[in-house]
Every structure is written in C-alpha cells, then in structure tokens.
Ligand binder design. Structure first.
Ligand SMILES: [Zn+2]
Length: 327
C-alpha cells in the first residue's frame, strides 16, 4: 500500500450508516492547464464516471476565466447528484505552476490572466466542499502510483514532457514536497551546460532544451511536427536527466508522460532509455527503466482525483483512528 496514494484501500471502516447508503462517493477532479479546464468525477476506486471540458479563451480577464471554470464545476456537481446519484466528497485540483501550497494562490505559466489567483478559496466558496490540490506533475505522480505505470511501486519519479517539463518524486510511498512544495521539479536540471537560456535565468536547463516550447523555438516548427533528430535528441536529454535523478534518489523507475513524449513515441523512449543506461551505472541505479505513462490523456484528471481522495482520506483519518485516550 502506497501511503501517499489513494490506492485500493478498503473503504473507511467507521463510515456512518448514511455514508454506507451513498451509492457512489466521488471526488470532483479538476485539471487546470493553459489550453483547457478539464474536470471529471472520480470514484474511490479510480473510475472516471463522467467528464467535462471548457476551453480556456484567450485574452479574457481572470474573472471570465473563473466564470467558465465555475460553470463547468457547478454543472458537473449537478450531474453527479442527478445523473449518477453520487455524493461528491471533495474537490481535487491539479494545476500548472506556479502555485503555492494548497493552491491558495495560483499563477499558471500559460494562463497569464491568473496571477496569484485565489483558486482554493474560490472553489471552496463555490462548491461548499473541501478543496485539495497541487502541481499537475505531482498529482500525476499520485495517479501513476495509484492506477498507472507505477502501480504498487513505492519509489519512482514522474517526468512530464509537454509545453513545459515538470516532475515529481515518490520515495517510500510519499510524494516529496520540499520547503516550497516544488520537490521533483526536474525541468531545471542542467542537461546542456552553456546551452539555451532558460526562463529561470540559467542556461541549458532540461526545460529550455527539450520542452515543447523549446523545441518550437529551436526548430521553428510546431512540436507536433518533429524531425527524427529532434525526437531522438529530446529523448536523450530526458534520459540524461532521468539518470541524474535515479543516481541522486536511488530510483529505478521513471514514468514519462506529457503530450510531447507521447507524441514522439518509441523513438523518444528508445533514445531516453539508451541515455539512462549510459549514465545510471551505480550498483543501485543500474538497470533503471523509463516507462511511458499508462494513463494517457486521462492522467491529469485522474491525478486531480487522486489528490482529492488523498485529502478526503486524510481529513477523516483522525476521527476514525483516534485512540480512546486521545485529547
Ligand atoms: Zn531553468
């Protein structure tokens, strides 16, 4: 049982009779990225029983963006009750960075109208439900451990190669957090010393060399139309970073997702594995594997469901595990 991942844990044994009567308990899961707002209803077993989507309109203000999100959330909440006879236990959110702890304030890189937008508070006010959330790569790691390629593994890394490159690390079943919540942010590992200037100010970061945005800047073409060389190079650089992570964190499993990686397919994954084999040579990192995300395009919403269920479980745990002599 992975302690930080919702998992196929038995239902809480102290559920009240009212809870037991609920035909379906779900979390309302929301993925915030620069292109669209995606939402779904995720059961405690990780089934996605309904979905909704709203495009992110360009050039509208922060409140217009929020209104579009709120409309979708309200409708899906009603669909849960009326169509699925489900009880919504909480809201889970995966959000593109930057975010602060608990999503109190979010500033998604590619959603420029939201800068320090108070997302958690607004969603809590809208739904009357507890809201739990984190960075998109971190919630994807929860989902991969729960339902995907890292199911049953207690140690692994997730790297997402999309417009930007992000990541997350799970050690001993727990998602690493760090002082500000950015542990596992692998996009700023230097893979090409002296290379392209990154938006962080450094040169040769993985994000500045191998992200979708970087590929478009380097090639002058959409990243969906790559050359063979670009697919290979991108894989090689991601594999190099993966080896550094495996060496530093004593890992042998790296799950790679994201639209760029999945679009490049076998050429990318082969090149990444070759680079990983070249650079991960320590007794504990030798033989480390790169494996594609198994959740595909449902990963982000399932990730949001995973963090939502983790939050719901944690918020009920003290009550049911309280020993008799507790305060
Ligand atoms: Zn950087």
């Amino acid at each position: 049982m992975i302690s930080d991942v919702p998992g196929a844990e038995p239902q809480p044994d102290s559920t009240t009779s009212a809870e037991q009567q609920a035909p379906h308990d779900v979390v309302l899961a929301i993925d915030i990225n620069g292109e669209s707002f995606e939402a779904g209803l995720v059961t405690a077993r990780g089934e996605l029983i309904d979905r909704a989507s709203a495009p992110v309109e360009p050039d509208v203000g922060p409140e217009s963006h929020y209104t579009a999100l709120a409309l979708m959330v309200t409708e899906l909440n009603e669909v849960a009750r009326e169509h699925h006879n489900a009880r919504v236990r909480g809201v889970g959110v995966g959000c593109e960075g930057l975010v602060n702890r608990g999503l109190e304030l979010v500033s998604p890189v590619s959603l420029s109208s939201w800068r320090d937008f108070p997302l958690r508070g607004r969603l809590a006010e809208l739904t009357g439900l507890p809201v739990f959330g984190d960075l998109d790569a971190k919630v994807l790691a929860l989902a991969e451990g729960w339902l995907g390629a890292a199911q049953g593994h207690r140690e692994f890394c997730v790297i997402t190669v999309s417009a930007a490159i992000d990541g997350a690390i799970v050690i001993d079943g727990d998602l690493l957090e760090g002082a500000s919540g950015y542990a596992g942010q692998v996009g700023h590992m230097i893979v090409e010393p002296g290379g392209r200037r990154c938006r962080c100010g450094a040169q040769g970061c993985l994000d500045a060399e191998a992200s979708g945005q970087a590929i478009e800047a380097i090639t002058g073409r959409p990243h969906s139309e790559p050359t063979y060389e670009i697919m290979q190079r991108t894989g090689r650089l991601v594999g190099r970073a993966a080896a550094m992570i495996c060496n530093a964190f004593d890992l042998t499993m790296v799950v790679v997702g994201g639209t760029v990686a999945s679009g490049f397919g076998a050429t990318f994954f082969h090149a990444a594995q070759v680079a990983l084999d070249e650079d991960a040579r320590l007794s504990y990192s030798r033989g480390a594997r790169i494996t594609p995300s198994r959740l595909g395009e449902t990963g982000p919403v399932l990730g949001a469901g995973a963090i939502g269920w983790r939050g719901v479980r944690r918020s009920v745990r003290p009550a049911r595990s309280q020993p008799p002599n507790a305060r």
